[in-house]
Write a protein that binds this ligand. Structure first.
Ligand code: HEC
Length: 161
């Protein structure tokens, strides 16, 4: 079924590129975006996020944010394992909007193709918006300066498009 996987993969990649633009457009005009206020330098927010991460995320994404073993290889059921959230993964490629909405809603359109099957749960029912912001702030607080430098460049490029 390798062909199937290929078909599933491509729209998902394209969706991310399109979304950066959609997110940039959404950011103009409306009130504060839900992800506004994610601050990895805010010690209280990061401490709350560290606790929530251990309770809600570590079972899949790893106690040290290392992800599941062999996380790039699909499981026998065709789903992807949980990627690391540390510098070795690709979480840091995604904008705050993407991180917030994927954590809140799971892998659903527009961040994944319609009908995309994933083990990533949505946390809308179990975490408040503030708690979701805190978990993301904690994850981001572990990223080294080099990652932030590249991340800023990626975001500036996305904003110019
Ligand atoms: C039951 C396992 C499981 C739990 C628990 C879980 N995740 Fe995930 N998560 C996944 C999987 C699997 C993926 C990859 C989804 C895919 O690409 O199909 C993922 C992907 C993600 C992504 C997007 C991909 C990326 O680049 O990082 C984010 C963000 C994320 N998870 C955040 C969280 C947060 C925050 C928590 C805790 C509040 C959490 N996850 C809990 C399994 C899980």
């Amino acid at each position: 079924m390798a062909g199937d996987f290929g078909l599933r993969r491509r729209p998902w990649r394209g969706a991310f590129a399109g979304l950066l633009l959609a997110a940039a457009l959404a950011a103009c005009g409306r009130g504060p975006a839900p992800e506004a206020g994610i601050d990895p330098r805010d010690a209280a927010q990061v401490a709350l996020g560290e606790h929530l991460y251990a309770v809600h995320c570590a079972s899949c994404h790893g106690a040290e944010l290392e992800g599941q073993p062999d996380w790039r290889r699909r499981l026998p059921n065709g789903r992807l394992p949980a990627p690391p959230h540390d510098a070795s993964g690709h979480t840091w490629h995604h904008s705050n909007t993407e991180l917030f909405i994927v954590t809140r809603d799971g892998m659903v359109p527009p961040y994944a193709p319609e009908g995309y099957e994933s083990d990533m749960p949505g946390y809308a029912g179990s975490l408040s918006d503030d708690e979701i912001r805190a978990v993301i702030a904690f994850i981001q607080s572990t990223w080294p300066d080099e990652i932030w430098a590249v991340r800023r460049q990626m975001q500036e490029q996305a904003a110019r498009r």
